[in-house]
Every structure is written in C-alpha cells, then in structure tokens.
Design a protein around this ligand. Sequence first.
Ligand code: C2E
Ligand code: CA
Ligand code: CA
Length: 362
Amino acid sequence: MAARLGADEFVLCFDALESHALDASVITDRLLSALNKPFSIGDQTVYLLSSAGLVTASNAFDDAESVLEHASLAMREAKRAGGARHVLYEPVMMDRAKQRGDLESDLRIALAEGQLFTVYQPIVDLADGSVAGMEALVRWRHPERGTVMPAEFIAVAEATGLIRELGDWVLNETCRQLVSWQMLLGDRSPRTVSVNLSRAQLADPGIVGRVADALSATRLLPVCLQLEVTESLAAQDAEVQARLKDLKQLGLTLALDDFGTGYSSLASLHDLPIDVVKIDRSFVCPVETSAHHRVLIESVVRVARSLGMSTVAEGIETACEAALLGALGCSKGQGYFYSTPLPAEEATAWLCAYRSPSVVLK
Ligand code: C2E
Ligand code: CA
Ligand code: CA
C-alpha cells in the first residue's frame, strides 16, 4: 500500500515479507535507485535525492502513529548521513532524539537563567612574550551535569537557532570583560579579545549590526575585538565573504581558525579578508618529531606573512614546542603551556601574575 503523508513524504506498507528487514531493504533500494535517477523535464535535467526510513514488525509497536514516528526518525538519520539512502530504525535513535530535545530545552533555560559563562585563554606574542590577547570560550554550568563543554551544545544551539542569543551573549560579555581589564590593569591588560563565530552566526545577515551594537554598548574600541571564523566556512560562500568584509569595515580584525583542517589551501588565503591565521593544533602537536610538519608550518608562516597576515600556533603544550614555533616564524602562540582557559577572575589573577620571559631576563 502506498500513500502520500504530506508535502514530499510518502509511506509504503509491505506485508507478507519473508525476512522483514532484508526484503524491505531490497525493495527500498530498488525504489530509491529509480527515484534518484535524473529526470528530463523539457530541456532541463532534474535530480531528486530521496531518502527512506524503515521500520519492521520485529520492532512491534502498538499504534500507527508510533510506527510513523519511528520511520520518520530513521528517515531523518538517512538524510543526516548524506541522503539518497535508507536507514533501518533502531531504538537508540529514539534515545538520541530525546537527548537532543532535552538538551534544547535545557539550553533555553540556561540562556534565560544565566547558566552560561565564558573562560579566557591567553594568546602570547612569541617574540617578546607579552600577552597579545585572550580568546573567549563558552561554558555551561549545568545544574545537574556540572560544566558542559561547547562541543556538546554549540551544534544544538546552531540547529535550533539559539546560537544567535548565545553568540550575542558571549560577544557582549567578552567586550565588557576587556573594557573592565583595561580599566583595572592598564598596561597589563590584553590588547585584544577574540570571540568565535560559527557557521550559523555568519550566515545571519543581522550579525554585522549586532557586533556594532555590542561594541557601542560596551564602548570597546573596534581594533580591540577579533572574530574567529573557520576555514571551511570562510572559503566558499560569496555572501559570507561579503559579510566578512562588512565586519572588517567596523574596524575589528578577523582570524581564520583551525587552519589546515578544512578544504581550502594556502593558495586561497589571499581571497579572504583576514588578518590572522591560526594554525591548528594537529599541525603544532607533531612539531618536535616531524620535519614534514615543521616545513608545513614554515610555508604557512611565509605565505601568511607575504599577504600581511600574522600567525598563531594553537595548542602549544611544552616549552620546546613554544621555542620551535617561535623559530619557525610564528608570531603568536596559545595553549596549555601558557594557560588552560580560565574563568574571568582566575584570568585576571593570571594576567596580574604573568611575567613575560623578556621581563624575567631583564
Ligand atoms: P577552538 O576555537 O579551536 O578553541 C580551541 C579549543 O582547544 C578549546 O576547546 C580549548 O580549550 C582547546 N585547547 C586550547 N589549548 C589547548 C592545548 O594546549 N591542548 C589541547 N589539547 N587543547 C587545547 P573548547 O573550549 O572545548 O572549545 C571547543 C570549540 O568550541 C572551539 O574550538 C570553538 O570552535 C567552539 N566554541 C567555543 N566557544 C564558542 C563560542 O562562544 N561560540 C562559538 N560559536 N563557538 C565556540
Ligand atoms: Ca577559536
Ligand atoms: Ca582553533
């Protein structure tokens, strides 16, 4: 039996199959390969990608609604895996969907009740040892789970649109923090603060206005703010590139985060309106043992410099790595060797206690 459920969703029921999962898979594959062939309409070739979720009687349910709900969960998993395929329902999918739902409602509460906080990690000038900046990283003080890391909730925030509110909060909080360091610490204040922007934030045309609002609300000079965007996102999209240029027009600087992990290459650097290239930890980590990685880093440094960009080595964990990266020409370094990310008060104490190596030598 075949029926249209609504919009572009259809339901097929098979009965009297001998081996439920196997037979249903074979039939569905035949169906999908027929649907996924190009169609000719006039002189146009049209491609449709169809995905399917399968539920079998062995996962017996009481009512039609739950059968449809489970099939739909499996279908969404098929789409998430790239589409043009089928996925068989497994109970773990229900658990995952529930966890995502719980996380979403908890995150709404977190934003409303102020459970988010920022930690700060220093970025140190490798030439003179001074504190060049602080990168803000968001954390969630969950009432039951303790501190939750961004890897667990940024993707949910992006998928649900909560990233806008979350991102605005981090931006305002971080600008406010730098102004307060400038007043409290004078010369000892970091020169800049960096804030991460994710794909969904940059896709939002309102972001330029909201960054301008954060700067004027906190009275932070635009040159003191750096925004970090990732390589994959900055390289491709013309609209995103135009937005990056608008952001730069505000007077702030842009850093390309995690360089080396995405698809863009050294050759594409010159297309991007960026000031700083952050070399990913996966390049920095093997630097002591791998001549290959040292050569790679040297090339990135050289190309960046020729384009007027500076470089930051991410994830420096030892004094030896710091020395090597300085010798390879990297302008700045960041990592556990200098400090782990610290809550605002501890970061203030770190800034007060920090003596740059050149000061120690004097
Ligand atoms: P990221 O921007 O690449 O941040 C660096 C990550 O590496 C941080 O993880 C930091 O704690 C960790 N790290 C720093 N130094 C070292 C080191 O020496 N060794 C090792 N093993 N790790 C080091 P974290 O805080 O868990 O953040 C993960 C990612 O979440 C960030 O990667 C960033 O992409 C994203 N993120 C964090 N805060 C925000 C935010 O406010 N907004 C957005 N959109 N994304 C954020
Ligand atoms: Ca970053
Ligand atoms: Ca990074």
